[in-house]
Design a protein around this ligand. Structure first.
Ligand code: GAL
Length: 832
């Protein structure tokens, strides 16, 4: 339902922000003119209710991200049994310490131009957090409990032709309903679609590419149609397939007859197809037109890609016939300082950063992604594992999804699959995460029930789930039931699982859970599980993890050495709000330390370790730690180098510390015992480590050598001098004048020569003038209670990210960052 229409911005009418019209179908995005309250009265559904005193908001809107943070917002007195906790304790910040619990109401007045008898209309919520009850013109339209899923209602009989319609939505989030920050409110888009009576319903097409050869690809398109006539005679459907340039490359016309009832079945041939993959994400569009006799009744577009996916036992996963390891990350849905409120620019930035690290797949843990996210993955070349649930019937949380499972699970799975089964980026469905059922008798039946729904609704994709109880699931048929056996952590059980399971391949659905704080280094540098420090941070030497988890290399080595291991999804690509493990009870810690990139979107050192291993198209040469210690002169301060080169020589203040070469004699077979883990044997295969170097302020230089022994690249870092000015670097310096485009500006405190003052924590203030405004800020400090929306924040390890938002007018934004004692800096961003 996307292309081929002309978009009109109807600002002047004040009803709709964006409207898309075809001759026969109109679509509006309901973004503006929303009223919002946190109070709760039955009369809010009433058409005559006066909501003028409510807050004006724009949707997508996350009511909780504005804070303020408080331990009392979401206190949980629980024992997290998955984390091995036996006794309940007071968990603060587990869901982010933000006020998402409770009720919120939204109201919107809108007209549907052209709506009259003989038209049909639907409302689509891309996601509403949560327990949404929707009222239109005083009448209840429907209810959808799961906050992450897209749902839609037929509103034909509720709309008033030619009149103003009053939409009211009540949302309610219960306490102890989540293990992370869920967000709150209408945090994703709301659409209204109007069609003729005869129309193609929401998600009415299913497109597959059953045969793909170099010379041609067969495209099968099944299009559902609601004729409203009780008689299917006289309807026909024409479909044109257009390539990325809009050129028609195939077309067909099909008559509906009594044998195919409400579904057109079309076969098309695309000659010399351009395949979709992660490097060349080529998209096609099938444009279908529904005619009754010669009258056009509906027009519907299906965007798709031509690509094959295959799993061959013992060999791996193949994309277009090429063995492809999953170099994946798990991502929660929040966008750091923007909360859960969907924003296209923020999503695309996340994917860009992940792609530069070498990531080729994202697991949308543990729930359904936003359509903007899937679209961006289609367009940018990122494979997706789209997930459903963190709970089935057995509870993890007092008010978790188990309450809805019996009644809603099938509907939720069906909606996810119907929504995204034409998107080439989606290669796998994930039906659950660490469900407590794993060890329960008969639970394999529930796994089969959910997996069968996936097979029924989409026979072309793989189905997995993340299991963390290998002891049970390998022996009780639970893992054997799954098409793809996915394990969370415990890579050391892969060989046993492989021996016992029929699938002959293993996927690391969730791995590593290494923890680190950007720019913070702890000494001595030893491997630690669940470390606790007074400053509520953990070490950026990438040697710390949880009780159940491990380090990046403990997983690299499995997927490199075991042919049946098909790759991994690291927990997590970005830090997220909530789950400040290991600081379960240590308020103000309230966001995760798992991220390879911090909450502000700034890469931690670990980013370069993954990049050196995963991004085979670029060179990586990264030195850590930062060389700015006030009190370590003369003390042992190891230096690590993350690089794709096999060898490097290290110099401190010009003095060689020797050459190191990656030690490939360490394999999955001769490592993994206690001593080898303590000695960092596996790390020696993937990082270069000088463990005994002494700190002395000055310069650290590394010279990298290729496999032939040629010096090929060098890098130098310096102890910073006195903080001198602020350096600003925007991810994008040209924005669209749509009132929602974002530029993420990395702000660094640097000395006069531009060296990062990585210990600086001074407060930085912001001001934007012109065609954009200051929108939000984050510094990646998981224990900071500063507001994301105030135009000032303390630097963390010398840096933070400020976000500038475009206005709906063209021009220039002048964005200024200033701080006491420093020269301020102005950055110019164009808005077009
Ligand atoms: C896993 C779980 C994730 C997250 C992670 C932290 O067990 O699936 O949601 O909690 O642990 O290590």
């Amino acid at each position: 339902m996307k292309k081929n229409y002309f978009a009109v911005i109807l600002l002047s009418l004040g009803f709709w922000s964006t409207a898309v019209f075809a001759q026969s179908r109109s679509e509006w995005l309901l973004e503006k003119n929303w009223k919002f309250t946190r109070t709760d009265e039955p009369e809010f559904t009433n058409v005559k209710y006066n909501d003028s005193k409510w807050q004006n908001v724009i949707v997508p809107h996350d009511w909780a991200i504005y804070g303020p943070f408080s331990a009392n917002n979401d206190k949980q007195h629980v024992a997290i049994s998955q984390d091995g906790q036996k006794e309940a304790s007071e968990h603060a910040g587990r869901t982010g310490g933000l006020p998402f619990v409770g009720v919120g109401w939204y109201r919107n007045k809108f007209r549907v131009p052209g709506f009259n008898k003989g038209k049909k209309a639907s409302i689509i919520f891309d996601g509403a957090m949560s327990n949404a009850t929707v009222y239109l013109n005083g009448k209840k339209v429907g209810f959808w409990p799961y906050g992450y899923n897209t749902f839609h209602f037929d509103i034909t009989e509720f709309l008033e032709p030619g009149e103003e319609n009053i939409l009211a939505v009540r949302l309610e989030n219960f306490p102890e309903s989540s293990r992370w920050y869920p967000g709150a409110g209408l945090y994703r888009n709301v659409h209204v679609v109007m069609t003729e009576t005869a129309h193609i319903p929401v998600w009415g097409t299913q497109l597959t590419t059953p045969v793909i050869h170099k010379e041609f690809a067969k495209v099968n398109l099944k299009t559902k149609v609601i004729t409203g006539a009780g008689n299917v005679a006289g309807f026909h459907l024409t479909t044109e397939i257009k390539d990325a340039d809009g050129k028609v490359v195939a077309s067909t016309k099909t008559l509906l007859n009594k044998y195919n009832e409400d579904t057109f079945n079309q076969e098309l041939l695309v000659l010399n197809p351009q395949l979709w993959d992660t490097e060349h994400p080529v998209l096609y569009t099938a444009v279908s037109k529904l005619y009754e006799e010669n009258e056009l009744r509906d027009e519907y577009s299906t965007t798709f890609g031509i690509r094959s996916i295959e799993i061959i036992p013992n060999k791996g996963f193949f994309l277009n016939g090429k063995r492809t390891q999953f170099k994946g990350v798990c991502l929660h849905h929040d966008l750091g300082p923007l909360g859960a409120a969907v924003n296209d620019a923020a999503i695309r930035r996340q994917i860009r950063i992940m792609k530069d690290m070498g990531v080729n797949a994202i697991r949308t843990s543990h729930n359904m992604p936003a359509p903007e996210f899937v679209k961006a993955c289609d367009e940018m070349g990122m494979m997706l594992m789209a997930e459903t649930f963190d709970e089935w019937k057995a509870p993890k949380q007092k008010n978790g999804y188990h309450k809805y499972f019996e009644e809603w699970a099938e509907k939720d799975v069906v909606n996810l699959i119907h929504h995204y089964r034409n998107n080439p980026s989606v290669v796998m469905w994930c039906i659950g995460n660490e469900v407590p059922e794993q060890g329960m008798l008969g639970a394999a039946k529930t796994a089969k029930f959910l997996q069968d729904i996936c097979f029924r609704e989409d026979p072309t994709r793989f189905v997995t789930q993340g299991m963390d109880q290998p002891g049970s699931v390998i022996n009780n048929n639970f893992a054997a039931t799954m098409q793809v056996a996915g394990f969370n952590y415990r890579p050391f059980v892969y060989p046993e699982a492989y021996k016992k399971l029929p699938q002959q391949i293993i996927l690391g659905t969730e791995t590593a859970s290494t923890i680190s704080s950007r720019g913070i280094y702890k000494f001595p540098v030893i491997r630690r599980a669940m470390p606790i420090y007074e400053d509520l941070q953990v070490s950026s030497y990438d040697v710390e993890h949880c009780g159940w988890s491990d380090l990046p290399e403990d997983n690299f080595i499995q997927h490199d050495d075991l042919p049946y291991a098909i790759g991994e999804f690291v927990w997590t690509g970005f830090d997220y709000l909530g789950e400040p493990t290991p600081y379960y009870t240590n308020w103000p810690s309230h966001s995760s330390l798992f991220g390879i990139v911090d909450l502000a979107g700034i890469p931690k050192d670990r980013y370069y370790l993954y990049r050196s291993h995963w991004n085979t198209a670029a060179n990586t040469l990264h030195i850590l730690p930062s060389w700015n210690f006030r009190d370590r002169a003369g003390q042992t301060t190891p230096v690590f180098v993350y690089t794709n080169y096999p060898t490097a020589e290290l110099f401190i203040n010009g003095k060689s510390q020797g050459k190191k070469t990656k030690d490939t004699t360490f394999t999955v077979y001769n490592t993994g015992d206690k001593k080898s883990l303590e000695d960092f044997d596996r790390q020696k295969r993937y990082r270069l480590m000088w463990m005994d170097t002494k700190y002395k302020p000055g310069a650290v230089k590394v010279v990298a050598y290729d496999a032939k022994g040629n010096a090929v690249e060098e890098k130098e870092i310096h102890t910073a001098g006195k903080p001198h000015h602020l350096e600003l670097k925007a991810d994008r310096t040209q924005l669209t004048a749509n009132g929602k485009d974002l530029s993420f500006v990395l702000v660094s405190v640097v000395d006069k020569d531009g060296n990062l003052c990585s210990e600086d924590t001074r407060e930085i203030s912001f001001k934007a003038t012109g065609a954009g405004k200051f929108h939000a800020v984050a510094n990646g400090n998981s224990a900071s209670l500063e507001s994301f929306q105030a135009p000032k924040m303390k630097a963390f390890s010398g840096q933070l990210t400020a976000i500038v938002k475009s206005e709906e007018k063209q021009g220039v934004v002048y964005f200024e960052a200033s701080a006491k004692g420093l020269k301020s800096t102005v950055l110019k961003i164009e808005v077009k």
